[in-house]
Ligand binder design. Structure first.
Ligand code: NA7
Length: 535
């Protein structure tokens, strides 16, 4: 503190996942001196840390990838419909090598503080290695799901076995073969990991607090003809993704679920169930906005669970009733429900019999003690704001982002926040981000930020900041749109409801990726309407 910043840069980017890598690529084109700080020892972000068994993307590979380089699109071969974590990580390493990105990335380094100097109009950034940088722009590319939520159960430190969080899975040395495993959590992660762990373990005990709706992925290898056709049509496919509501050009049925006969409704549900995966919510137009339509689909999925799980008691415990389908991020699985038919898998409902403590030998609920060799926390993340707060960002007059957002995140377009000039957030709260195919949203943000910085350079502006009234209007709009849907009815991480004590407010923008893109572009075209630009 008080020392002279050691490096003068144009831009500091935090994170070298999908967002940070592409941001770096674009900033280099602008000729700006950039350093990316990355906590991991390699690129990949989410796909660097989440190496748990079964980790896989729930968007199809040919959509969940960069569109900015047609050459990259043509040379890269995706092998499966839904890519595994190792395949995505290989892809991101390929991208980093192909565009020679690593020379501007400092690995094994965490940003621990950033503060804005209103006189110099520059950010000072500190790292956990004691370095200090000065940069005109600070760009966060920290992801929305990257700070693990690890509940501090009583007695956790006394456990004699191994403990892993899925979001911090060790890169090597984990062998679950023949062990008694306890898995806590049945979100997307638990649902992916449990079937894979069950194949290795002596026994798996799943500790479920809230059941989720999961749809069969129906993952499969991509056939050569299919790959060739995608490569031929990539431009059109990407354009459709950009204009679509979810950044993913799946087919949406424009009909209401209430406008058709019960037989037709059932036929349509069966049809999308057979297609599997992300297609499910496109079955009808009103699944996430009309409770009656939603209940029809929820009933359909509950009936499917009843068919797949042989033990009726277990099936009943697996059927979600607490939230409308789709209002928590829908899970996509491979043999999740069928896994409960295995002899070596048991399900414990920790809603009716809560976890009381971890013991040296295992885990004790209100009713029983379970002896375990390994405990796996599949307990999710402090979503959207957790990683931003960990950066200890202070804006004008020393105001902490965490204080400003004490009653919920406040942004303009999910990209910037008043009082924090020249700070851009890729996929920040208030943008569609987690409600979309992430790569489509990431590219749109990176390109908007690049255009904005180019505009500032060309017009000799040194500072950009949203106006408070523009931000207030955006926050109100984000809330208004969310309240027209069923999303606020679920205790989801979209609302911060998974973190004890976190303020409960709906964070992502539900208005659709295509509409949002148009709004962002209009604002840029009108000379960055709603922002204050100063020389
Ligand atoms: P999620 O979806 O937040 O799921 C976390 C799970 O862990 C969920 O079942 C939670 O139950 C459970 N959980 C969390 N804390 C506890 C405690 N204290 N006791 C018992 N159970 C607990 O995280 P995921 O990693 O699965 O997925 C996150 C996103 O990553 C996903 O949506 C995709 O977009 C990719 P709860 O529901 O809170 O009762």
């Amino acid at each position: 503190p008080g020392g002279v910043p050691i490096s003068q840069l144009d831009v500091v980017v935090v994170g070298a996942g999908f967002s940070g890598l592409y941001m770096l690529y674009r900033l280099r084109e602008l000729g700006l001196s950039t350093r990316v700080f990355e906590a991991g020892e390699g690129v990949g972000g989410t796909w660097y840390w989440n190496r748990y068994p079964g980790a896989r993307c729930d968007s199809p590979s040919v959509h969940y990838s960069y569109s900015f380089s047609p050459e990259l699109e043509q040379e890269w071969e995706w092998t499966e419909k839904y890519p595994t974590q190792p395949e995505i990580l290989r892809y991101l390493n390929h991208v980093a090598d192909r565009f020679d990105l690593c020379r501007n990335i400092q690995f094994n380094t965490r940003v621990v503080a950033a503060s804005y100097d209103d006189v110099m109009k520059r950010w000072t950034i500190q790292t956990d290695r004691g370095e200090r940088m000065s940069a005109r722009y600070l760009i966060t590319a920290v992801g929305c799901l990257s700070t693990p939520n690890a509940p501090r159960f009583n007695g956790l430190d006394s456990f004699k076995g191994e403990v892993y969080h899925t979001g911090r899975w060790p890169h090597e040395g984990v062998d679950l073969t023949g062990k008694r495993i306890g898995v806590i959590g049945t979100g997307s992660t638990g649902i992916q990991a449990i079937p894979r762990i069950a194949r290795q373990a002596a026994h798996v005990t799943v500790f479920q607090r809230t059941p989720n709706y999961s749809i069969p992925a129906r993952n499969r290898p991509l056939e050569p003809e299919e790959k060739a056709s995608i490569k031929e049509n990539y431009r059109r496919l990407r354009q459709m993704d950009r204009e679509s509501p979810a950044g993913l050009s799946i087919s949406y049925n424009p009909q209401s679920a209430l406008a058709v006969s019960p037989e037709e409704r059932q036929r349509r549900f069966e049809e999308v169930w057979q297609i599997g995966g992300t297609q499910m919510l496109g079955a009808f137009s009103d699944i996430v906005v009309n409770l009656e339509a939603n209940t029809y689909m929820a009933d359909f999925v509950r009936a499917k669970i009843g068919e797949m799980v042989h033990n009726p008691e277990v099936a009943k415990k697996l059927m979600p009733h607490d939230h409308p389908i789709g209002t928590k991020r829908i899970c996509i699985d491979t043999e999740y429900y069928e896994t409960y038919n295995r002899e070596n898998v048991s399900l414990v409902d920790v809603r009716t019999s809560p976890i009381q403590e971890i013991t040296p030998k295992g885990l004790r609920t209100q009713d029983a003690e379970y002896e375990l060799d390994v405990i796996v926390f599949a307990t999710g993340f402090d979503a959207m704001t957790g990683s931003l707060f960990n950066l200890n960002i202070r804006g004008k007059n020393g105001e902490a982002l965490k204080e400003k957002w004490a009653t919920g995140p406040r942004t303009y377009l999910g990209l910037m926040s008043a009082g924090f000039p020249n700070l851009f957030m890729i996929t920040g709260p208030g943008s569609p981000s987690v409600l979309s195919n992430m790569t489509t949203s990431i590219e749109q943000h990176v390109e908007w930020i690049t255009d904005c910085i180019r505009y500032m350079q060309e017009h000799h502006f040194s500072q950009l900041e949203p106006k408070m009234e523009a931000e207030d209007a955006w926050v109100a709009h984000v809330n208004e749109v969310a309240n027209q849907t069923l999303y606020p009815l679920a205790n989801s991480w979209y609302l911060g409801a998974n973190i004890p004590g976190k303020v409960r407010i709906f964070m992502p923008y539900v208005g659709g990726v295509g509409n949002y893109r148009i709004k962002c572009q209009e604002i840029a075209d009108e000379g960055y309407k709603g922002f204050t630009l100063s020389a």
